[in-house]
Write a protein that binds this ligand. Structure first.
Ligand code: RFL
Ligand code: PHB
Length: 408
């Protein structure tokens, strides 16, 4: 049996686990990251693309944004295309902030490289991770199979950064865990295609055939999404059908500006919201998708993961510097208001943009009324813009919040 000792054992080398390990290192706290996939797999996994201004600022502050600043694309607005008519939301003018397009797998590569340069302990292809969590202040043990050998890692804390399907969340005592969940009657079919973006900014298209999103990764690569039924599979969607549907839903006044290209990757994801409360127990702390997920419509998942990790890192700093556990004990309570703000906005965006089920004409009329409000009301548009860039989360949960009721 191989034995290792570290301060924080981190399960999962997605953005949450990698960033936590990087931040801990910068303040002299040791960690080991345990990832079940290979490095190649993790670096190629296509997922998020849209980063909030605050996320980019946080990445800059910790030295992870050099390539992002060179290659990322800064966007000051997006297009909301409704039934073939263009409406541009100028988020920079409405909020003073921009968003950035930079592929999650590029960020993951940057993070892995930074850990490598610092001789960080990143272990890939680790199997059978199991947590033996201390009940008291004593050390915990993480068991796993590393390089084919049974291994035991003794640690002070465990960070569960292993995504929605990981094992960490299951280690919270069931009696203490409340799982809040909503499933949506849609899924997203996503493709990465070798074709230039159809527009300089993102296009969110609401159409009677269903929602479509035209995003991008580079000036040569597009990222395109289609709303599809929840029970569909990738085999139902040959390339020809995908392009036909994208042309129809993204057309402006009947004309399409989309150029077809080679499909480099495709994926299908069911839309779901989930929050685990609390996000911690004893020495275990959950961060990112391990603790909460949102439908991708509002592009919040990765941004929330980055924020979780910053708060958790500050709490570890305080513990290791002063022995004060207050910030660690308060981690979940600190994060949940911001998590719920993003959950609510993501749910609202999902309803705003997706075609409702055929048997719910009332929902269809509500959607129309909401779209009218966004397009015609400066106040509603500004609120959408503030929430889209993440400004509203800066105040959620703080005393007084962004506003307060007048006391009678
Ligand atoms: P991840 O990225 O899922 O990483 C978890 C890691 O843990 C590993 N793992 C294990 N390792 C060891 N032992 C086990 N038992 C393990 N079980 C799992 C996994 O292999 C993996 O490497 O979670 P993390 O780090 O919390 O990061 C979260 C983000 O990945 C996620 O929130 C975003 O991708 C969500 N998301 C978006 N977020 C944004 O902020 N902006 C976007 O534009 C955006 N677009 C998207 C998205 C998610 C999408 N899908 C696929 C759900 C678009 C899509 C289509
Ligand atoms: C993406 O580029 O993957 C993306 C962009 C914006 C979203 C969701 C996903 O709202």
């Amino acid at each position: 049996m191989k034995q290792l000792r570290t301060q924080v054992a981190i399960v999962g080398a997605g953005p949450a686990g990698l960033l936590l390990s990087h931040l801990l290192h910068r303040q002299g706290v040791e960690s080991v990251v345990l990832e079940r996939r290979t490095r190649e797999y993790v670096e190629r996994r296509v997922r998020a693309g849209l980063l909030e201004h605050t996320t980019v600022e946080l990445l800059r502050q910790c030295g992870l944004a050099d390539r992002l600043d060179r290659e990322g694309m800064r966007h000051g607005g997006f297009e909301l295309r409704v039934a073939g008519h263009r409406n541009r939301l100028d988020i920079a003018a409405l909020t003073g902030h921009s968003t950035y397009v930079y592929g999650q797998q590029e960020l993951v590569k940057d993070m892995i490289r930074a850990r490598e340069e610092a001789d960080g302990q990143l272990r890939f292809s680790v199997a059978d991770v199991a947590l033996d969590l201390a009940e008291d202040e004593g050390p915990s043990t993480v068991r796993c199979s590393m390089d084919g050998r049974p291994t035991e890692i003794t640690c002070d804390f465990v960070a569960g950064c292993d995504g929605f399907h990981g094992i960490s969340r299951q280690c919270l005592p069931p009696a203490l865990l409340t799982a809040h969940e909503r499933r949506y009657p849609s899924a997203w079919l996503g493709i990465l295609a070798a074709t230039p973006p159809t527009s300089g900014e993102l296009v969110y298209a609401v159409h009677e055939r269903g929602f479509a999103l035209a995003s991008m990764r580079t000036p040569e690569i597009s990222r395109l999404y289609l709303q599809v039924g929840p029970g569909e599979s990738l085999s139902d969607w040959p390339d020809e059908r995908i392009w036909k549907e994208l042309h129809a839903r993204l057309a402006v006044d009947g004309e399409t500006s989309l150029t077809e290209g080679r499909v480099l990757e495709r994926s299908l994801v069911a839309l779901r919201s989930y929050v685990a409360e609390p996000m911690q127990h004893g020495p275990l702390f959950l961060a990112g998708d391990a603790a909460h997920i949102v439908p991708p419509t509002a592009a919040k998942g990765l941004n929330l993961a980055v924020e979780d990790v910053h708060v958790l890192n500050e709490a570890f700093r305080s513990w290791y510097a002063t022995g004060d556990r207050a910030a660690l004990d308060g981690y979940s309570a600190t994060r949940l208001p911001a998590v719920w703000e993003a959950e609510e906005f993501s749910d609202w965006m999902a309803d705003l943009l997706h075609r409702p089920p055929d048997d719910d004409p009332y929902a269809a009329r509500l959607q129309q009324a909401r779209l009218d409000a966004v397009v015609n009301s400066h106040t509603v548009a500004r609120q959408l813009a503030e929430r889209y860039v993440g400004l509203s989360r800066q105040t959620s949960g703080r005393e007084g919040g962004a506003w307060s009721w007048n006391q009678a």
